[in-house]
Design a protein around this ligand. Structure first.
Ligand code: NDP
Length: 292
């Protein structure tokens, strides 16, 4: 397996994330070529030892391993479509956020052009790159992943999900979906407390340990969901979980109950289907089968 200094790397895109990726490699002593559409973003990297390419084509030709960290799927193809001949025979790691289907389209496009393609989903903000806690999810070419694992590990903990290039993105969106709903729950609580003169900061002091403790419930829910039996004893029933009183209390504060009302709609759908005595985890059936 090549060590990190054996491979030249080119990074296309020096936005906040591309710059963080490039900086980490430069610091690790990797020969790094960088390119950005607009001028003026490479200066600090060049001062630390990176080479700036005058064009995306020049950047691609400089390295066997090409990293794309651009804005979206369209911008990746706008930059790379004219360069298929230059990219042929090289490895392309696309860390731009795209939908699973777009990742699969990119993989099919790359296969036709003899480009070894690995897709990645970054579970970190730029300041976390190269630090403990950062994670990057990969799928697509296993060969690219295995060959360059020591280099990819410079950025974050690297996890490979399989040859289907869409999988990393699917996990990425699943994790972010759960995060956004949790954040909306925090906003719900903060909005309820605001009319009582409680700051969001004070609420965060209480919500952080509470939500951290509650995340311990996820494994139990997962066991029930994977087992498919929502009648197992010890679960909080859907009827017991009725959030009607919560919605009244929130509305009494003069704020919108929308995040909690969304959960209540998922509960009610199962209660209406005659499943009220079953466990709370059953709301996943309202999500999986929206009309059941
Ligand atoms: P930025 O908005 O900071 O940078 C976007 C980059 O894309 C810039 O280099 C920009 O070039 C380039 N770009 C946009 N459109 C084009 C185009 N048509 N042709 C060529 N280059 C183009 O975004 P980030 O660096 O933060 O994010 C990059 C990717 O990483 C995104 O897909 C994002 O979702 C993903 N990501 C970012 C995270 C974050 O916290 N920032 C977290 C996880 C993933 P120019 O300078 O010329 O505008």
């Amino acid at each position: 397996m090549p060590q990190i200094h054996d491979t030249d790397v080119s990074i296309l895109g020096l936005g906040a994330m591309g710059s963080a990726l490039a900086e980490t490699l430069v610091k690790a002593g990797v020969r790094t070529t960088v390119w950005n559409r607009s001028a003026g973003k490479a200066e600090a990297l060049v001062a630390r030892g990176a080479t700036e390419a005058a064009s995306a084509a020049e950047a691609v030709r400089a390295s066997r391993l090409v990293i794309a960290c651009l804005y979206d799927h369209d911008s990746v193809h706008e930059v790379l479509a004219p360069l298929v001949d230059d990219l042929a025979g090289r490895a392309l790691v696309n860390l731009t956020t795209t939908k699973p289907e777009q990742a699969r389209q990119s993989a099919a496009w790359a296969a036709q052009a003899q480009i070894a393609y690995l897709d990645g989903g970054i579970m970190a903000v730029p300041s976390m790159i190269g630090q403990p806690g950062a994670s990057i999810l990969y799928s697509g070419s296993e060969e690219v992943f295995r060959e360059h694992a020591p280099l990819l590990d410079q950025w974050a903990t690297s996890t490979y999900f399989g040859e289907d290039a869409g999988l990393a993105s699917l996990y990425d969106f699943a994790l972010l979906s759960s995060m956004y709903v949790m954040f909306a729950g925090f906003m719900q609580g903060a909005a309820m407390l605001a009319p009582a003169g409680v700051s969001a900061g004070r609420f965060a002091e209480l919500a952080t340990p509470w939500l951290t403790a509650m995340s311990g419930q996820l494994e139990g829910y997962a066991k029930v969901i994977d087992g498919g039996d929502y009648t197992v004893l010890g679960q909080q029933s859907l009827t017991f979980s009725n959030l009607g009183l919560f919605i009244e209390a929130i509305t009494d504060q003069g704020v919108s109950p929308e995040p909690v009302a969304m959960v209540q709609r998922l509960i009610q759908q199962q209660v209406d289907a005659g499943r009220g005595t079953e466990g709370f985890a059953r709301i996943i059936e309202s999500i999986k089968h929206p009309r059941v």
